[in-house]
Design a protein around this ligand. Structure first.
Ligand code: PTJ
Length: 256
């Protein structure tokens, strides 16, 4: 048993645990109620992908690690779902790549900003950006335009997990290299990204960290080769094919 009463041998253990974390996030004022809907959408895609990191996603995660290590100033953007699902893992990724952490919310309130920043600090974050909000992303009318001038405002590489499409497109228009984690390969944010990672954030973030640790001492030329060799169109196409072809053929009906 773990943090909730789900036996670990339950065939849907991981999925139920993830769902519980989002529910708890809502109860604690970290995750928005819309975050529950986003989670449901994500689960459906993950189910069709076979709830595993595909080879294409792993290649994207390696390219993401290389891009974060190459960056002059990388920032990991955190919303309410990310904070509920992978708070400690985001802190580890920041440590492994030298990236900053910034809270950026669609449904922004002072209370949620403070709750998420406190939650990240409890998980080891030393500095959490996003509270100053003294910068703006041009062309966005909603709350997501609010950024720290010395955070996302100044970054050359930004990791934006579980976004809606607007900000992803606006950040690309600002010339920033964008890494998106989104289980839907057709989403506007995945399509706007230089490096779209079609994987569940609970698997993706630790795997980017693993790659970053492996690549830590690699020469810049090798990191650049990994980033340049990543083919975003191909990665998106492969992920869509995996979903359409029903990758669940390996799973018995009782597991569903
Ligand atoms: O915390 P806030 O206020 O910033 O709000 C955040 C949410 C997530 C509510 C907001 O960004 C939103 O409404 O997002 P969407 O438009 O529902 O998009 C979320 C995307 O993330 C969808 O394409 C989902 O398939 C995908 N997704 C959901 N859960 C996961 C996921 N991708 C990876 N891992 C997941 N666990």
């Amino acid at each position: 048993m773990s943090e909730i009463r789900i036996p670990e041998d339950h065939p849907r253990y991981e999925s139920l645990l993830t769902r519980h974390r989002i529910e708890k996030g809502v109860d604690e004022g970290i995750t928005s109620r819309q975050g529950l809907i986003a989670q449901g959408r994500g689960e459906a895609f993950d189910y069709l992908l076979g709830e595993r990191t595909t080879d294409g996603a792993d290649a994207a995660e390696r390219a993401a690690a290389a891009a974060l290590l190459l960056a002059d100033h990388a920032v990991l953007s955190v919303n309410g779902n990310v904070a509920a699902l992978v708070p400690g893992e985001i802190v580890e990724l920041a440590e492994a790549t030298g990236a900053d952490i910034e809270v950026n919310l669609f449904n922004r309130t002072d209370e949620r900003m403070a709750a998420i920043a406190a939650h990240l600090r409890e998980h080891g974050a030393e500095e959490v950006k996003g509270l100053d909000a003294d910068g703006r992303i041009p062309g966005l009318s909603h709350e997501r335009a609010k950024v720290d001038a010395d955070g996302i405002g100044d970054a050359d590489v930004v990791l934006v997990p579980l976004e809606d499409g607007d900000r992803a497109e606006a950040l690309s228009a600002m010339g920033k290299t964008e890494i998106v984690i989104d289980l839907n390969p057709l989403s506007r944010s995945a399509r706007a990204a230089a490096i779209p990672i079609v994987d569940n954030i609970v698997r993706a973030v630790p795997n980017v960290t693993r790659h970053a640790r492996e690549l830590r001492d690699a020469p810049r030329e090798e990191l650049a080769r990994i980033v340049d060799g990543f083919d975003r169109e191909r990665a998106l196409g492969e992920a869509e094919r995996e979903i359409r072809d029903g990758a669940r053929s390996d799973v018995s009906p009782t597991d569903r």
